[in-house]
Design a protein around this ligand. Structure first.
Ligand code: R5P
Length: 315
């Protein structure tokens, strides 16, 4: 999947190099050469090691914590812009700093808008993300922004299991559209929990809309941070009579030691993706990690060849 006269160039910082390498390998090209290191005091020191003048380039870098991941992305974009790349697409598999996307209380920031501004000012001409915390964040960018979804991949995986009596459950109101894509794709029914967030690490499931009794329930969410949402939703679904519960979440954050809580949970399987990378992390045996590399590679190929990316939203 390469064109001799219009080569695809992919660069990556250190946030998720394994994913960038998989994408490059899928496209049959080497990863672009860049030195993304540190000064002795810890500041980021960066140099693009090959010519990019006049080329359309793609940078793959999630912006989950620590903030160095975001900063590496910004500095990469700046370097590519100053090296005269013809166009720069920022592929942000996990768009971090997205949860503060509106002022819920006075004197709060809108961090998602700030990060969108930073990415644009740094030099991005286009942004591609996967399962944004809220789809409206696309509108925070005044450049083209595509919000891909891993829900189709989850659906493909679940379909192969040939389970019956499936219901896709969104653990909160904000995730209904996402769960709906999933449910429609596998022809399952839908349910919804009304969730109240009490604090960043505490949630309360208040009520169930829909029916999970006797069903194999798939809880679909954009992210697992502390795990409170998923774990509470699993227990409540079982209390409501669910036969089994599977978790599907795109971004596998697992703050603190929350991964261990899942190993001891009532989930029959937890399915996540590789949008973010945590060196040394080992997943318990009930986890399945699907790669978003093919999804990103196909998006790059479509953008590069000015064709539609809408096929990526279908099974
Ligand atoms: C919330 O709106 C999101 O969709 C996720 O449900 C949330 O980020 C999960 O966080 P936690 O794992 O800390 O409950």
């Amino acid at each position: 999947m390469d064109s001799e006269y219009n080569p695809i160039k992919i660069f990556s910082g250190n946030a998720n190099k394994p994913l960038a390498e998989k994408v490059a390998s899928y496209l049959g090209i080497p990863l672009g050469q860049a030195e993304v290191g540190r000064f002795p005091d810890g500041e980021i020191k960066l140099r693009i090691s090959e010519n990019v003048r006049g080329l359309n380039v793609y940078v793959i870098q999630p912006t989950n914590a620590p903030a160095d991941n975001l900063f590496e992305l910004l500095i990469l974009l700046d370097a590519l812009k100053r090296a005269s790349a013809a166009s720069i697409t920022a592929i942000i598999p996990f768009f971090g700093y997205a949860r503060q996307d509106r002022k819920v209380r006075s004197r709060e920031p809108i961090s998602a808008k700030l990060v969108a501004n930073l990415v644009t000012v740094a030099g991005a001409d286009r942004v591609v993300a996967i399962d944004l915390h809220a789809a409206q964040i696309q509108g925070f960018f005044d450049i083209p922004a595509d919000n891909l979804t891993a829900m189709v991949q989850f659906a493909q995986y679940i379909k192969r299991k040939e389970l019956e009596d499936l219901v896709v459950l969104s653990p909160d109101v904000g995730g209904v559209a996402r769960a709906s894509t999933f449910a429609q794709t596998i022809h399952a029914s839908q349910a919804l929990f009304v969730k109240k967030r009490l604090s960043p690490d505490a949630v309360e499931i208040q009520s169930l809309i829909g029916d999970v009794r006797g069903k194999n329930v798939i809880i679909a969410d954009d992210a697992i941070h502390t795990g409170n949402t998923m774990l509470n939703a699993c227990n409540r679904a079982l209390t409501e009579g669910a036969k089994s519960v599977i978790a599907c979440a795109t971004h596998a954050v697992f703050a603190g030691d929350s991964l261990g809580l899942f190993a001891r949970s009532n989930f029959s399987e937890v399915i996540v993706t590789d949008t973010m990378f945590v060196p040394g992390r080992e997943y318990p045996s009930m986890f399945t990690v699907l790669s978003v590399s093919e999804l990103i590679a196909k998006a790059i190929y479509s953008i590069h060849n000015h064709s539609s990316v809408s096929a990526l939203f279908q099974l």
